[in-house]
Design a protein around this ligand. Structure first.
Ligand code: TTP
Ligand code: MG
Ligand code: MG
Length: 436
């Protein structure tokens, strides 16, 4: 049941007792951060509830013309099917594909049960999406034993109490723990001893590092760098040219010296606003102005809560009830209204032909992170800084003088609309479902 494939044995086995050890006051460092992620989460729930589907290529997602795969079972992945792929493509890859419509309420409930199990065992749980969390297991060690014992216990409880497979990665750094859990999938566990971190990472493609997006991958490839081992050999200046302010963090990661642990606990993983109108909105300038105001409002909520968001979602509903939800993943997490606005307006520009009359509109930010860890670094990129500073100052003024005191030029009725923003770029992906 608890297939432990690919497990790297704990550090002690690779660090024989040497006399020099006594010169170092550091105790042998244990991997204290675990990352647990459910396997093919939505699809696994559907297979659990319809066991005749076991072993078949199963996907959860919309079956319509614009349908997209939300989750793909591992048998479906063997045929090349992936999340965010158009359903039509998935059907071509697997003519015997089983398509199950999503049951978001059920997944949310199970998500809460998973998090409940994690919270039973480990006090410090940082949930980062519907099916995954980071855990700081150092304090739980005295009670439950070493990290691999805790990881196995969690996987076993999720399996026996919820009937679902999950995978666990462990490391001294949260970023490496997440990479390890992905390598352990499906239904596995991979704990990387501190001293073997660089060795574990060396053969992996640079794209496994979160924050190294498609553009960075291309830039590195032009320098002949494909793996993390090769990235380690790059001079820091060259790395900075490709990765910008992220470079030092990525370099520490590649070296195995990163020790970034849990961030602040993020309970509300998304926040947003939506509005319904009695009369349909038909004027594009008006619609655009209203979603701009919403983006600003959401950004303000983010800043008030001390968060940055990785994903922004635009929801539109027409008079006949047709609802459209489109998400955009930001290259850098942000709390800037200007950035959120660029993305939601671009999403709307793309969809407006199919939704000429709008009854309801909403903007939601998700994949929240505490501002000040990864987020703050990201905000230092380019012009975002200016906007966030300006916006923080506007927040302060609003707090002092009331909400009517300030608004941006283009949101005032009658003001000229802002220029069309650039498209969000290659990091954007269509989402069949809003992340709960
Ligand atoms: P993931 O954990 O990214 O993927 P997964 O659990 O399906 O598969 P893996 O074994 O690789 O972890 O996402 C969790 C759920 O979130 C997923 O089951 C469905 C939903 N989801 C979407 O709705 N759209 C998407 O584009 C992605 C990536 C996930
Ligand atoms: Mg998952
Ligand atoms: Mg996940």
């Amino acid at each position: 049941m608890s297939a432990q494939h690919g497990e790297v044995t704990p550090g002690r086995a690779h660090e024989p007792e040497r006399p020099e050890r006594s010169e170092s006051p550091e105790p042998l460092e244990q991997p204290g951060i675990l990352h647990l992620d459910m396997d093919a989460f939505f699809a696994s729930v559907e297979v659990r509830d319809a066991p005749e589907l076991a072993g078949l290529p199963v996907v959860v997602g919309g079956d319509g013309r614009r349908g997209v795969v939300a989750a793909a079972s591992y048998p479906a992945r063997e045929r090349g099917i992936r999340s965010a792929m158009p359903m039509a493509t998935a059907r071509r890859l697997a003519p015997d594909l089983v398509i199950v419509p999503p049951r978001i309420g059920v997944y949310r409930e199970i998500s809460a049960q998973v998090m409940g199990i994690l919270g039973d065992v480990v006090a410090d749980v940082e949930q980062i999406s519907v099916d995954e969390a980071f855990l700081d297991v150092r304090p739980a060690r005295r009670l439950f034993g070493p990290p691999e014992r805790i990881g196995a216990l969690l996987r076993e409880r999720i399996r026996s109490e919820l009937g679902l497979p999950s995978s666990v990665g462990g490391s001294v750094s949260r970023a490496v723990a997440k990479i390890a859990s992905a390598r352990a999938k499906p239904d596995g566990m991979l704990i990387v001893p501190a001293a073997r971190t660089a060795e574990f990472l060396a053969p992996l493609p640079v794209s496994v590092i979160s924050g190294v997006g498609p553009r960075a991958v291309q830039g590195l490839e032009r320098l002949g760098v494909r793996t993390i081992g090769q990235l380690r050999e790059l001079p820091p200046a060259a790395l900075s040219r490709v990765l910008g302010p992220q470079a030092p963090h990525v370099a520490r990661l590649a070296d195995g010296t990163d020790r970034t642990g849990l961030g602040r606990r993020v309970r509300d993983r998304s926040l947003g606003t939506e509005r319904t109108w009695d009369e349909d909105l038909v004027d594009p300038v008006d619609i655009r102005r209203r979603i701009t105001v919403m983006a600003d409002e959401v950004a303000r909520q983010l800043r008030a809560g001390g968060f940055v968001a990785r994903t922004v979602t635009l929801k539109l509903r027409g008079p006949d009830g047709t609802t459209l939800t489109r998400s955009s993943t930001l290259a850098q997490p942000t709390s800037s209204g200007e950035r959120l606005r660029e993305h939601v307006v671009a999403l709307w520009e793309r969809e407006r032909a199919g939704m000429p009359r709008v009854r309801l509109a909403g903007v939601r930010a998700s994949h929240l992170e505490p501002a000040g860890t990864a987020g703050r670094q990201a905000e230092l990129v380019g012009r975002t800084t200016g906007w966030t500073d300006l916006e923080a100052a506007m927040d302060r003024a609003r707090d002092r003088f009331g909400s009517g005191s300030l608004s941006r030029g283009s949101t005032l009725p009658g003001a000229a609309p802002a220029p069309t923003p650039p498209p969000p770029g290659p990091d954007e992906s269509p989402n069949a479902l809003e992340f709960p």
